[in-house]
Design a protein around this ligand. Structure first.
Ligand code: S3P
Length: 180
């Protein structure tokens, strides 16, 4: 989790590869469920409808088995989603300054409805102020400013330890299995 431009998708992909897990991007799943791009859902049905769909899709994905899941920046604002993540996952907050986020999101201008129109840097600052106290509930905080995707993914692998490998039997179970 983290704000738009934090690198959730890029880092999530790399992390999933390192851990031998599937990667799922919640926004892509929402788009598949709706048959519409995120910006079109916002435009045609409004943000509350998007949030409702987001909560239901994320709840389904959290029940769908071990994976690296990149949440859209606003997903963790929903208290039910926060509770579901707490129960089912290990939460990681990718942090970056509003200036870095504004620079990165400017590259794919237009795909993020909350940043189209107005001043993206001011919007990101306001979102950070509102959301950071919620993101701070994440178990692992990672600084993603001025670091490569590889470096960030490697730090997460280290910080997760055995919790990053829920699909593999733990060492004790393996040793037990080898005993006569
Ligand atoms: C949003 C972030 C977007 C997307 C939607 C709303 C937000 O995802 O879910 O545009 O509220 O921060 P990314 O964080 O992956 O850009």
């Amino acid at each position: 989790m983290g704000l738009m431009g934090a690198g959730k998708t890029a880092v999530g992909r790399r992390l999933a590869r390192a851990l031998g897990l599937t990667f799922t991007d919640a926004d892509c799943e929402i788009e598949a469920a709706a048959g519409l791009a995120v910006r079109d859902i916002f435009e045609l049905y409004g943000e509350p409808a998007f949030r409702d769909l987001e909560r239901r899709v994320v709840a389904r994905l959290l029940e769908a088995g071990p994976r690296v899941l990149a949440l859209g920046g606003g997903a963790f604002v929903d208290p039910r989603t926060r509770e579901a993540v707490r129960r089912r996952g290990v939460s990681i907050w990718l942090r970056a300054s509003p200036e870095t986020l504004a620079r990165r999101t400017a590259r794919r201008n237009g795909v993020r409805p909350l940043l189209s129109g107005g001043d993206p840097l001011a919007t990101l600052r306001a979102l950070a102020e509102r959301r950071d106290p919620l993101y701070a509930e994440a178990e692992i905080w990672i600084d993603g400013d001025a670091r490569s995707v590889d470096e960030v993914a490697a730090e997460i692998v280290g910080r997760l330890g055995p919790r990053g490998r829920p699909h593999l039997p733990d060492r004790d179970a393996l040793q037990g299995a080898r005993k006569p």
